[in-house]
Each structure stands twice: as structure tokens, then as C-alpha cells.
Design a protein around this ligand. Sequence first.
Ligand SMILES: [Zn+2]
Ligand SMILES: [Zn+2]
Length: 361
Amino acid sequence: MSSTPRCPSCRRFVYLDTLVCPECGTEMGMQVIDRVFVALRDGRATGDDGTWFACSEREWGCNWLVRDDAPAGRCISCRLTRTRPDQDDTIALEKLAKVEEAKRRLLLQVGDLGLPIVPWYTTPGGLGFDLLSSRSDGRKVIIGHANGIITIDLAESLDDVREAVRVKLGEPYRTILGHLRHEIGHYYQNVLIQDDETWARCRDLFGDERASYQEALKRHYAVGAPESWQDSFISEYATMHPWEDFAETFAHYLHIVGTLQTAAAIGIRLDAGVSTLRDIDVVPRDDYRDEPVGRVLADWAALSQGFNRVNRSMGLGDLYPFTITQPVQRKLAFLHEIITRTPLTTDEQVALALAPGEESA
Ligand SMILES: [Zn+2]
Ligand SMILES: [Zn+2]
């Protein structure tokens, strides 16, 4: 999101998931190509570029807009969901709404970064989401990523379930958005790394991903993370297998630039004389594409410390309860390089992604 989202009528700030302005009551939807909210009348908005309609999932909280020719009137985000709970499973659908909200935020961010989104229904191996509930029919949901499809257990949208898992695994942080950022890291590893030279550099940093995953899984749950893993990994789970290290670090890259982007949209800046030992103010940027990774990391070091202090003043845990060591900095530098060297997705590509596709489900 390049600027603060606002109500199209009264210009009040609104959150990304807003359906109705709390100030003036205007019904609104997001026009995703331009990232702006437009006012809806009878579920539609007509502008210079034609008519846009509310996504047919609006009753479940989706506030994105679609062209009138989109299949079944579902927006690009909703159509990326390949499998979802049955239409009569309203309990699961409520959980789905929370996951979909996080997913829309994720998609806006990867779109802002210029990362390609190739839908599962146009290309084998394309991006898709199976959003299933282990609570609904007692089925076991194997979460993770395989061949473009990200599977999430909707039960994790329940605070007590997710918190219990977090405590059990000894994680300092667990959210739906964080989970999605991790899984999409698996997807982008194969999309962004194509040539042998880049794969070789990736293996130098994260380890050889061709190592047996099953063996690694067994070892991880039998003996846990190696001692002093904190020196070279961002999280304990990252030690499990090179794939997981890449995905964990990718998620952190998204945490960092996404939060800096929000700070920029709010207009936050840190006064050099007050809060940092640097001699220049810290001014977070909306976009770090043309900045060296050192700038990203320095801005984040200052801002995250500030946010942690804010959280502590409310009696909460740290906003960013992680330490970025030098080896992790090198991994993040590699990610910054491969993400920012991807050509920016053009408007035509976005339009293509929004155009109707052949859906089989
Ligand atoms: Zn308003
Ligand atoms: Zn939608």
C-alpha cells in the first residue's frame, strides 16, 4: 500500500479490511490495481475504467472489487483459494474470513514488491490456497506448501489453538499472516531462483535443499535444534531443513519491509537526537527497491526497537521478538537482491491476473 488508505467520501483513514466507513457510513471496496477504496452503490462502482462490482464473497468480509466478467464474481484473491470449507459449514467459513483477510494483505504486499502471481487455474504449479478446517470434519490437515499450493488449517485462526501451538513449539511469535508469509516463501524460492549460479549462492547461505526432508524432519523432532542456533538462524524451525531456513528468512523479509512500509504510510520518523545514536533521522520508506539492504536493516533496527518499546509500555510482548545476527543479515541481503532484481509486475500483468481464467474448481 503506497499511501494511507482512506474513505472515498470523508477521507478518514480506514483499515485494509474496511467494508463500511465508521465515520460516514459509506460502503466501500478496494480497487486492487490502483490500491484505492471506491464508494459502492448497490454493490457497484462506475468510473473512467468501467464498472467494478463487489466480490461475491463480500458477505464473508472480502472488500475487493471485480470486473463484471470475473467467474462467479469472485476477486483474484478469492479465486486463488482452490479449496475451502463447504458452503453450509458456517463455523468454518467464519474462520476462513480471518485467513482470507490475512491473505489479501499478503497478496497486496507481494504485488507491491513486484513479485509475479501466476494463478493455479492458469498454470500447473501456479499459486493456490487450500484452506481447510481440521475442526470441521475431524480430518487431519497437512499444512505446508507443495507444487504451488499452500495448505492452511483454519483452526489456527482460533486464538486459543494458535497460542497453544506457539507455546508447545516454544515460538516467540505465531500469526496467520506470518504463517502465510512463510509458506509463500517456499513458493517463491523456485520462482525467483532459476539459474545454477543463484542456486549455488543460495546453497552456500541456507544449505543444500536436496538433503532428505524426511530425515531432517525426524531429526528435528527427535533432538531439536542444534545448540547456539541463534548465531546463524532467525528461528529454531529454520534449522530443520534448508527449505525451512529459506522460508523462515523470506517471511522475515516480508515482516520487515511490510512493517517499514506501514510506518512510512503513517509518517513515522525517528529523531536522530532522541532515539538513535545515528546522526541522521530514521525515515522509513514505502519502497526499498532502489536502496541497499544495509538501509533496510538499519531502518529496521531502529524502528523495531522503537516498536518493542511501545509494546512494552502497554505490557505486551515485543512486536519483533527476534535478533538479526550477521549470518541472518547475509541471508536477508540475498533475498533483497533476488526480490528487487525481479522486474516490477506491470499493470498489464495485474490486469491479466484479474481477468477471467479457466477455473476447474
Ligand atoms: Zn467516510
Ligand atoms: Zn474476494
